[in-house]
Design a protein around this ligand. Sequence first.
Ligand code: OAD
Length: 237
Amino acid sequence: MIQPLNIFVLTGAGVSAESGLKTFRDADGLWTQNDLAELATPEGFAKNPTRVREFYSARRKILEIAAPNRAHFALARLEKEMTALGGSVFLCTQNVDDLHEKAGHKRAVHMHGELTVTRCTMCSGRWTDRGPLTAAQVCPECGTVGTTRPHVVWFGELPMFMDQIEQALEEADLFVAIGTSGSVYPAAGFVAEARALGISTCEINLSRSDNAHAFDRRLYGPATEKVAQWVGEVLGD
Ligand code: OAD
């Protein structure tokens, strides 16, 4: 008999690595190869909007051809089956890609925004957009030209959906972090919150993250193997 659990899953770039999307801090990572201050801060955007728009447009192009991997599919299955059992899966992702959705996940909370959404800096209007970000774009809501930016959270900006996330953490029986280095707050602090709430914690990563010590359980290896294995265990395969 499988226990219906409320599971809080936090994902990071490592879950999408085997789909061909670069992580941030590995040797070939986006912030290892590029200057984070130039590309992921409001100041960097103000200084050189063309460079920033080009960077995110290139990431959109790569995302267009990226397919979800076994880890994304396993998590989508976990959501479906745990919900049917009367439990729940709250998927909080730091990723701006849409691979959880492409794998069939019904509800993923994107705390760092979404790459496929464009936002107007004038009126905060936002719309789905898979094409290039350009200075010639017109905001469909307020009609201003040249005010588009990617709907992603930059350093110095507030993560999204924090109230929902805090509530889901409080209601969880189990906290699992997958493919994240544990170096960016507030997400990196969720494991400490989970521990303070007295719930079980598990890390699934290629190798020890920055806060590996804070987890009760640790599974190391590629997400495609370890996440599928862990989901099979939870669902009693
Ligand atoms: P990082 O690049 O910091 O960490 C990725 C983690 O995934 C590392 O610990 C890797 O060891 C692990 N990893 C790599 N390949 C893996 C694989 N195949 N299977 C399992 N694990 C693997 O990425 P994040 O922790 O997601 O924020 O970074 C957090 C935030 O920093 C991002 O959301 C982004 C970035 O700046 C914003 O853009 C606001």
